[in-house]
Design a binder for this molecule. Sequence first.
Ligand code: IPM
Ligand code: MG
Length: 358
Amino acid sequence: MKMNIALLKGDGIGPEIINEAVKVLNAVGKKFGHTFEYTDLPIGGYAIDNYGLPLPDETVAGCKAADAVMLGAVGGPKWDAMPPEKRPEKGLLGIRKALSLYANLRPVKLFPPLAFASPIRADIRDKGIDLVIVRELTGGIYFGKKSESVSGGRAVALDECVYSEEEIDRLLKVGFELAGSRGKKICLVDKANVLKTSALWRKRFYEIGGNYPDIEKSVMLVDNAAMQLVRAPYAFDVIVTENMFGDILSDEAAVLTGSIGLIPSASLGEGGFGLYEPIHGSAPDIAGTGKANPVATILSAAMMTGTTFGLKAEAKAVENAVAAALTKYRTADVYTGAEKLVSTSEMGDAVAALLENN
Ligand code: IPM
Ligand code: MG
C-alpha cells in the first residue's frame, strides 16, 4: 500500500512528537511492505508567523489531496494576545470544518501499568476504565453566529448554538456503529431539561436507536455525566454528545487515566477520511527539551493505520510495541523510577525497534 500523509506539525512540542510518529510509521512500512509519503503543511502559530494566518489555503488543499492527516498541536503564549480570528486555535477549528471532520473519537482506556498516575481511587479504577467519547466536531456553539454589541452602554456578547437533524443523525450513527463493535452500550449526554438543541438530540437518539435493538441505550444530563465519570467511570462504554459537552467531558475523562500523554484521537469525515492527533496540547513549557511523551501521537498514527487505511494488523503491532516499550522505558511524565528514563526521540526509537523486531 502506498499512502500520502499530510503532516500538520504546528506549535510547541507538535513537531517533536510528529517526528516520532513518522519514525514509527516508517518502521511499519519497512516491516509490512508499505510506503508512506509525507507532506508538511503549516498550521496554527507557525502559520501565523510565516503566512500571516492560522490556516493557509495551501494547507486545506494539501490535506484534501492526502489520504489522511496527522496533527501535532497548535497554540502557545506567543499568540495569546491575538484577536480570535488570528489565533492558532482558529486553524484547528478551521481545518476540522474545511475537511468536514464531524465525528471526533476520543478513546479513554486505563493502561494498568500506569494506573498509579490516575487520580481515581484504586477500588474504582480497578473495575476498569475503557470508554470512547464520540464528540460532534463541526457544529453547535463553536461554529454558530457570534456577535458583540452594546446595550445601555454595557457590552453584550452572543454565541449561537445551532444543530440540524442531519448533523445530529450522522454523528449518532457513528456512535451506534462504534458501540456495536465494542461493549454494546451507548449513552447520550445532553442538557435536554434546558436546551432546545439537546431536546432534538434526544429525539433523534431514540429514533436512530430504533435501528440498533441490541445496543443498550441511556441518556444523561451533562452535569450528572461530569459527576458519574468520576464516581463510576467503569459504567460507560460509548458516550455520544455535542461539540462543547464533548470538549469538556473529554478532558475530564482523559485525566481519569492519569496519563494525558497517552491518549490518541481521530476526527473522521465521510468515507473513512480522517485527521489524527493526540488530545494533549502544545505544551510550550517543555518544547525543545526532549521531555514530551510521543506515545499519544504514535497511538494516533496507529488509529490512522487501522481506521483510514484499514490496516488492522499493522495498527495492532504499533499498539503492542507501545505497550512493550512502556514496560521498560518512560518519558518523565509517567516515570516511576523503575524504568529507564528516556527522551522524546529515544521513546520513538524504542517503539520503532520493538515493532521491527517482533
Ligand atoms: C480540543 C481543543 C480545541 C477544541 C480548541 C483548541 C479549539 O480544546 O481539541 O478539544 O475546543 O476543540
Ligand atoms: Mg478540548
